[in-house]
Design a protein around this ligand. Structure first.
Ligand code: HEC
Length: 103
């Protein structure tokens, strides 16, 4: 089930946006560091951030669905970003975090 949901998100990224996977990755990184403010709370090696208010993303290695859920709905003290980021931006940052931590 989880794999199917991840596949659906990935297919949305590839076919319903005009961006290539590389462009989505770059956009996601930019959102992580800037508009998403993720960098202020999370360590992520690829982004060069080392804050520890939230979990180290290289340690929990979340899949795309898990990131998307946290960013969309919020979790614990982490706020929801559904009013701040567009669906496309949430997909991009979720793709970036899962790709950069899971290989
Ligand atoms: C204000 C600080 C803060 C910001 C900003 C923030 N987070 Fe978090 N994040 C947290 C905390 C704290 C947790 C742990 C929540 C818990 O498990 O109670 C968390 C958890 C997570 C998790 C793990 C969810 C799970 O299922 O365990 C992911 C993935 C994540 N954040 C990604 C992001 C991304 C991507 C962004 C930017 C769009 C972001 N966070 C912005 C504080 C933050």
């Amino acid at each position: 089930m989880k794999i199917i949901i991840n596949l659906i998100i990935l297919l949305q990224l590839m076919f319903f946006s005009v961006a290539t996977a590389d462009e989505v990755y770059t956009l996601g990184k930019e959102i992580f560091l800037n508009n998403g403010t993720c960098a202020s709370c999370h360590s992520l090696k690829d982004a060069g951030t080392n804050s520890n208010i939230g979990p180290n993303l290289n340690e929990i290695r979340p899949d795309i669905g898990r990131v998307k859920n946290a960013v969309t709905n919020g979790i614990g003290i982490m706020p929801t970003f559904s009013e701040i980021l567009s669906e496309e931006e949430i997909n991009a940052v979720s793709y970036y975090v899962s790709e950069s931590t899971n290989n």
